[in-house]
Design a binder for this molecule. Structure first.
Ligand code: C5P
Length: 230
């Protein structure tokens, strides 16, 4: 019998839980499309900062979000480690999306229901085409509630901060691990505490605690999981 993997795969989890690394790998492994939905919220936040807009003005940000000239493509040479390139109009913004100034406002921007609604059709549209891995905070609960496979990746704040620290150092950052942990804790609280589509473990999601797993073990576990669903 031929193995037919799940067509829509949704992965959620808190900041730094490794969703993007795993999602990118899984999409490449299966030959599927990949969308890191955090990029959409980060792009709206970056656009607001660049245009000097009030990040508390949900209606204004939603109008910008509906018209945002965001393009996500396979990675340019410089973006190869990230796995994709993002453009706003003609400007490559892949690195800018992860600047501390964006980190500090993105969860404020993402808490506006109007902004979330503005970004939903794009995410659902991609989901409907199938053969996709999508990662974020509410993909398993709101964006693709009928996904064929739902995963929730989790890890302690210490482990997640340490992983981000390693990643940031590889990109030349000198930020210390405590300030990264504080930033993650802050975003966790905002992302789980908001009214609109908060971060939750979907009742039908498979929760994977990754503290004691290295990347290869995590991948092996997921492959076993896929195969057990034949
Ligand atoms: O995943 P990442 O850390 O890049 O996401 C950045 C922010 O975007 C999150 O902290 C969250 O506020 C928001 N986000 C969201 N819903 C998603 C994906 C990201 O609210 N599906």
């Amino acid at each position: 019998m031929r193995f037919v993997p799940p067509s829509t795969i949704a992965i959620d989890g808190p900041a730094g839980s490794g969703k993007t690394v795993i999602g990118l790998w899984l999409a490449a492994h299966l030959g599927y499309a990949f969308l890191d939905t955090g990029v959409l919220y980060r792009a709206v936040a970056l656009d607001a900062l660049e245009a000097n807009l009030d990040v508390h003005d949900g209606e204004l940000l939603a109008a910008r979000a509906r018209a945002i000239p965001l393009r996500i493509s396979p990675p340019d040479e410089a973006d190869r480690p990230r796995g994709y390139s993002a453009y706003l109009g003609d400007h490559r913004i892949t690195d800018s999306l992860f600047e501390p100034r964006v980190n500090s406002v993105v969860s404020i921007v993402a808490a506006h229901r109007s902004v979330r609604e503005a970004l939903l059709p794009l995410q659902r549209g991609l989901g409907e085409r199938g053969r996709v891995v999508m990662v974020g905070r509410d993909v398993t609960t709101t964006v693709l509630p009928h996904a064929d496979l739902k995963l929730y990746l989790d890890a302690s704040i210490e482990r997640r901060a340490r992983r981000r620290w390693d990643q940031e150092r590889a990109h030349g950052s000198t930020r210390d691990v405590n300030s990264i942990a504080a930033d993650l804790a802050d975003r966790d609280q905002r992302d789980s505490g908001r009214d609109a589509s908060p971060l939750r473990v979907a009742t039908d999601a498979i929760r994977i605690q990754t503290d004691d797993l290295d990347l290869e073990e995590e991948k092996r576990l997921i492959v076993e999981l896929l195969e057990s669903r034949r």
